[in-house]
Design a protein around this ligand. Structure first.
Ligand SMILES: CC(C)(COP(=O)(O)OP(=O)(O)OC[C@H]1O[C@@H](n2cnc3c(N)ncnc32)[C@H](O)[C@@H]1OP(=O)(O)O)[C@@H](O)C(=O)NCCC(=O)NCCS
Length: 239
């Protein structure tokens, strides 16, 4: 089985490491919009994301993973891949613990030391990042990013395209809306409505820079500055 990775940034490296750890998946190469300018010879960058989407059969690829932390960009590329006929797959790091009683949809990546409890349901094209816990009976919608070290206690619901920042905690039974950003290290103890950023302990709404991050993803994607690659994980989709 040959798998391509879209995005040669930090999360791309994490996904490559995961592929290698499985010991049974062949890495087809990275596809990244900065393919002409990224000067890292150790990276096998074959072309741009659009090269893969438009000509994936020419690259003898069986599956592709979109390894971009930004939910909006990841959703856009994932949809384009699926529409082009290239399927997503569920990728689980061999050192993740995933209950046999959980369900995980295609396109989703479960990173090393993550825990997925019984009864948990995880949607398409999500990232359950390093050492994150999604405990029993949680429901995580499509295109969500659960960042490293997050703890979702039992029966938490996360709406589509939401990002739960590094090290955040959410107590049992909480509902987090769609397109929500939960700040790093926050503790969520009450339900969160759609399209807001919350931070702190206990978490409360903040406006954020320039009135929020709604426009961040698109402008980021159009950017030509490789230096901005490191900001991948911050955006929220335009609603
Ligand atoms: C929540 C977050 C997205 C806010 O970013 P932003 O919209 O640019 O907002 P700002 O930096 O302008 O901060 C707005 C306010 O919230 C506060 N704030 C921001 N992040 C916070 C956090 N994690 N915890 C507590 N307060 C926070 C700021 O101090 C600021 O407060 P002020 O208005 O009193 O000065 C960002 O700080 C964050 O935590 N991102 C998570 C990143 C992450 O985990 N990435 C993982 C990659 S794998």
């Amino acid at each position: 089985m040959k798998v391509a990775i879209l995005g040669a940034g930090g999360h791309g490296k994490v996904v490559l490491d995961l592929l290698k750890a499985t010991g049974e998946i062949e890495f087809a190469g990275f596809f990244d919009r900065n393919c002409g300018r990224l000067k890292q010879p150790e990276l096998k960058i074959i072309g741009s994301e659009q090269d893969l989407i438009n000509q994936w059969r020419d690259f003898s690829v069986d599956y592709a993973v979109v390894a971009i932390g930004d939910n909006c960009i990841r959703e856009k590329l994932y949809r384009q891949l699926v529409n082009a006929g290239l399927p997503g797959l569920v990728l689980i790091h061999p050192r993740a613990t995933v209950s046999l009683e959980s369900r995980i949809a295609p396109g989703t990546v479960i990173c090393g030391h993550a825990f997925i409890g019984p009864g948990a349901v995880i949607g398409e094209n999500c990232i359950i990042n390093t050492a994150a816990t999604v405990d029993h009976d949680c429901i995580v919608a499509d295109h969500v990013h659960i960042c490293p070290g997050v703890t979702l206690a039992g029966e938490v619901k996360i709406g589509m395209n939401s990002m739960i920042g590094t090290g955040a905690n959410i107590i049992p039974g909480i509902r987090v809306g769609n397109h929500v950003v939960v700040g790093a290290g926050s503790t969520v103890i009450s339900d969160i409505r759609d399209n807001v950023t919350v931070v702190g302990i206990p978490a409360h709404e903040v406006a954020g820079r320039k009135g929020g991050l709604q426009n961040f993803s698109e402008s980021f994607y159009q950017s030509t500055s490789p230096a901005k690659d490191n900001g991948h994980c911050r955006g929220r989709c335009q609603s």
